[in-house]
Structure formats: structure tokens, C-alpha cells
Design a protein around this ligand. Sequence first.
Ligand SMILES: C[S@@+](CC[C@H](N)C(=O)[O-])C[C@H]1O[C@@H](n2cnc3c(N)ncnc32)[C@H](O)[C@@H]1O
Length: 247
Amino acid sequence: MATMRENHFDTEVAERYDDPEDPMFSPEVLGPTVDLLADLARGRPALELAVGTGRVAIPLAGRGVEVHGIELSEAMAAVLRSKPGGAGVNVTIGDMTEARVESRFGLVYLVYNTIGNVTTQDDQVRCFQTAAAHLEPGGCFVVETGVPILRRLPGEARFAVFHHTDDHVGIDEYDTATQLMWSHHYSSTDSATYTRSSVPFRYAWPAELDLMARIAGLGLSERWADWDRSPFTSASTKHVSVWVRPA
Ligand SMILES: C[S@@+](CC[C@H](N)C(=O)[O-])C[C@H]1O[C@@H](n2cnc3c(N)ncnc32)[C@H](O)[C@@H]1O
């Protein structure tokens, strides 16, 4: 059985998720993301696991791809539905470790490090099995996620600052024994009083994800460093990986 899922994307988070200042919403990021996904879809319907507010799904649907989504948070899905083009994305509320949609897809994708929101190895394998269960033969599963940055942690340090401004300090905490990490966000509106929110993740190296894919009956086809298909190297900080269900 999948573990009972904690939802970190409540109404408050959902209402401020779409931030035009956030580079993840910029044309520089979304353009190549949607280009590559539309290419991989090859005219077939697509399913986004953890579709959120439709940051990627809505522009992909705008390119003529039929897009469905699975999403745990009713609040995130409500924002998606309220946006222009949102009605064109068919969302099923459910947990991507076990939810099933009555269709098959040429493309299933899970982006923006969200595989890590599932915090056990078994449940991450179940995400790959969800993807495989929805793929037609020859269809592909795309994951975008970071490469763990452990080698940038000095000595035995557990903490790494990833963002530092007057109104937000972001610190990642790593537990190498469990492969768990927490992103701690300290936010302030007056640069004096800060509130903290902490979100847990499970990090995994690309090779572990390849094994999960193999367990789900998928094989690695491509691994790039980013959506622009740049080569994945030992210096890459993230990867966009494509596994295929045999035809
Ligand atoms: C960082 S957001 C990404 C949303 C969207 N994919 C994007 O790229 O903007 C993570 C999303 O994953 C959803 N999520 C987390 N765990 C999930 C699960 N087990 N099943 C389905 N959705 C989940 C959250 O509710 C949230 O909407």
C-alpha cells in the first residue's frame, strides 16, 4: 500500500504558486520545456503526474497536445481550472503512486523535482509503475529532477543555502543515511520576523531512477542536462531523462 500522503500544497501555497517573477514561469524555461514535450508526444495524448496549477500542462495543451493530469492537491487543481486554457486540461484528483486514468498515453511526464516529493523508495517505484501503466507501447516517461548536490556540501555539513534575500532564505538539509532532505523556507515581509515552512524530499541519483524504471518495465532512451537537449555530464546539476515502454 502507498503511504498516507501529506499535502504540502494547500490553498495558501496554491494561491501564491504562480509567480511571474519566478524563472520557472519564464518563457526562457517554459519555451524549451514545452518544445521538447510536444516533440516527444508526437501528436499522442500526454499525462502529467502532479500537474499542479498547469504551469507546463496549459502551454502544452496550447500547442495542440491533448493533456490530462493527476494531482493530489484539490487547491492546486482549482487554480489550474481557473486559469485561461485550464478547462482544456482534464485533471484527476489522486495520488500519483496509485491513481489510474482510463486512457493510454504516448507521453507521461513528471517535472520540477516532483519525484522527490514522494519520500520513500517504494513509493517512487510506484510512480514509475503509474507512468508505465498509462503508456501505450512505444510511449515514453519523462522526468526532470536535480542531481543531488552532496559533493558541494563541505566536510560533514548537513545544510546548504540555496537562496538568500531580505524576504526569503532557503536552506536545504541533507540526511545521507536515509536519502531524505528538507527544503527549509524562512519568509518575511518586514525583513525582521521570519516564518518557517519545511518540505521533505527524497533524493535519488539518475542510476537509481534507471533501476526504478527497469522495475516498471521501461528502458532508458535519453538523458539530457536540460530541456534544450544539452549533454548530461558529471558537472550537470539536473537531468531530463526519458524512459520508453517497449513497442
Ligand atoms: C513543485 S509542484 C509542481 C507542479 C507542476 N508539475 C509544475 O511543474 O509546476 C509539486 C506538485 O506535486 C503535487 N504532488 C505532490 N505529491 C503528489 C502525489 N503523491 N500525487 C500527486 N501529486 C502530488 C503537489 O500537490 C504539487 O501540485
